[in-house]
Design a protein around this ligand. Structure first.
Ligand SMILES: [Zn+2]
Length: 199
């Protein structure tokens, strides 16, 4: 783009690099920076040592409703909402901070992250488009990702009503149990603050 200042461009490059390191797809990079596709491809290749995957982004809310993705997505959304409500962070900044916190949490529990950064970003867009919202579990009180127009007065989350094939490992179940509870966010508050003020 013409007339863009050097400083703005440098900021975009830095953001793009951070997103690529966190696993972002091209679509996200193009939407969230003002850099050209050529420039983004260069950044991508320089950091990952390969070309970005081709193809469309998943375009359905259904993935977030399946058991394990729902637990992970809910954990991320609780962090994201926390940042939006308690810090000045908005949009992409809140997404990146929440995603770092999600990864920290997942790593601490030694489980595989099910939610990629691009999925997390798509998730926030689904919320913005009012396709999804948070529903409170009537059993544990945690907040979980749900379809916007599903009735919620009797909502029971996937952890309180676990399908028989889900939660193969005890550890995964324990990790997941922290999801949506205020406890999880409060415990991370010190860390969240540090992250929020890191730049
Ligand atoms: Zn529950």
């Amino acid at each position: 783009m013409k007339n863009k200042s050097i400083i703005e461009e440098a900021e975009d490059i830095q953001r793009a690099a951070e997103m690529v390191r966190l696993g972002a797809r091209m679509q996200m990079l193009e939407a969230e920076t003002r850099l050209s596709r050529e420039r983004l491809l260069k950044i991508y290749k320089e950091i990952r040592g390969m070309s970005p995957p081709k193809g469309m982004l998943p375009f359905s809310t259904d993935w977030f409703m399946t058991w394990q993705p729902n637990v992970h997505a809910s954990l991320f959304m609780n962090f994201f909402n926390f940042f939006q409500q308690h810090t000045g962070l908005k949009g992409l900044d809140a997404i990146l901070k929440a995603y770092h916190l999600y990864l920290d949490h997942i790593e601490a529990e030694v489980i595989e992250p099910a939610l990629s950064l691009t999925r997390a970003w798509t998730l926030v867009r689904f919320f913005d488009a009012d396709l999804l919202h948070m529903a409170s579990c009537t059993t544990c009180g945690g907040h979980f990702v749900a379809h916007a127009y599903d009735p919620t007065h009797e909502f029971v989350c996937g952890l309180c009503n676990m399908p028989s094939r889900a939660g193969k490992t005890k550890r995964a179940t324990e990790a997941a149990r922290a999801t949506g509870t205020k406890r999880a966010v409060t415990a991370k508050r010190g860390k969240a603050k540090a992250l929020a003020t890191a730049d």
